[in-house]
Design a protein around this ligand. Structure first.
Ligand code: AHG
Ligand code: MN
Ligand code: MN
Ligand code: MN
Length: 341
């Protein structure tokens, strides 16, 4: 008899039975997973579903709080997540890359004890060219005694996360999740419509020979980043003593999934273009959930100077420089920054 497949539902019930998650958190993760299935179906339809291209009326782009032109799938994915989480009773409020401010759960529904933050569709620039995209989410506790949470109640450091995950819509639709006890991968069985546990306890190799960075920004980087990548590019003839390979998908979810699967270092450092805003990637619903997943898989995540999960948020859409992946490589990159300061 083949080994029984463990569904996401069974995995979560066993985590709850072991006392590692509450029934409410189990419910919340199931709701998010169900929403990701719906997003996967919409993404998979592409041109046939009329979901490609920019949102907004003809010629009038719809610009989000980030200053980005929203894609139709940015808006649709956001709506799917809002609707799925409104009535379940497990959330007090939610925040999204695509919404200026957080939203308490509507009064008509019961509220729960958690806060959900998400990047409903990560890698939007890849949607129209059929390259993997994804959804990223992070779960915090709603502070004691707060029944109508505002933005300020979401501003908790990454160490306060009780769960985090992403769903990558690629050749497979795979949900990767941590509830603080390892990082685990679930692949969508499209025939049955359920996520099946395919990797229990993902582990990132300590060392790597693969880096992920958008090299077109090289001339805009800070000196320590120039030095770090310069040495890395000199390969085995340089101080690193080994040749590196490069990958850059421009969907953080796809790059992080590759790193969780086979190692590597991902970086979106400060450059003179994004430095005034603090960086390109957002702390609350990109860097922090990914940092939690990576640390739970034995990797490391840093701003280049500070452990990512210890950054104190100052705003819902705060941006940070990001270095994450194979522990020894992240430490090497951080060393260049600390030496320079
Ligand atoms: P989003 O599509 O949610 O706005 O995020 C895009 C991010 C991230 O997914 C990716 O790593 C990065 O932007 C790519 O930036 P460049 O296009 O500058 O390479
Ligand atoms: Mn965006
Ligand atoms: Mn994103
Ligand atoms: Mn996005």
């Amino acid at each position: 008899m083949t080994q029984a497949q463990i569904s996401l539902t069974r995995f979560l019930i066993e985590e709850q039975r072991a006392g590692r998650i509450t029934p409410e958190l189990r419910l919340l993760v199931e709701v998010v997973a169900r929403a990701c299935k719906r997003i996967s179906i919409a993404v998979g339809k592409g041109a046939l579903g009329g979901v490609l291209g920019d949102a907004g009326e003809a010629g009038q782009a719809s610009i989000n709080v980030q200053g980005e032109a929203q894609k139709k799938l940015d808006v649709l994915s956001n709506e799917i997540l809002l609707e799925a989480n409104a009535w379940g009773g497990h959330l007090a409020g939610l925040a999204s890359e695509e919404m200026d401010h957080s939203q308490p759960i509507p009064d008509v529904y019961p509220r729960g004890n958690y806060l959900l933050l998400f990047d409903p569709l990560d890698g939007s620039s890849n949607i129209d060219v059929n390259v993997s995209v994804g959804t990223i989410f992070s779960v915090l506790r709603c502070p004691e005694g707060v029944t109508t949470p505002g933005d300020e109640h979401f501003l908790q450091p990454g160490t306060a996360q009780v769960a985090a995950g992403y769903c990558v819509y690629g050749p497979q639709t795979t949900l990767v999740l941590t509830v603080g006890h390892g990082t685990h991968a679930f692949t969508l069985d499209r025939e049955v419509g359920s996520f099946v546990l395919t990797v229990r306890g993902m582990r990132i190799p300590e060392e790597t020979k693969e880096f992920a960075v958008n090299m077109s920004n090289q001339r805009f980087w800070e000196p320590p980043m120039q030095a770090y990548v310069g040495d890395l590019l000199r390969g085995k003839d340089g101080p690193r003593g080994k040749d590196f390979n490069m990958r850059w998908v421009a969907s953080m979810v796809a790059d992080v999934h590759r790193i969780l699967t086979r190692g590597g270092i991902f970086s979106y450092p400060l450059d003179s273009k994004c430095a005034p805003k603090g960086g390109k990637l957002r702390l609350m619903y990109e860097a922090n959930p990914m940092a939690f997943l990576v640390e739970q898989a034995g990797g490391a995540a840093s701003t280049g100077r500070t452990r990512m999960l210890e950054v104190q948020p100052t705003g819902l859409h705060m941006r940070v420089p990001v270095f994450l992946g194979s522990k020894a490589e992240v430490e090497a990159a951080v060393a260049y920054h600390l030496r320079h300061d």
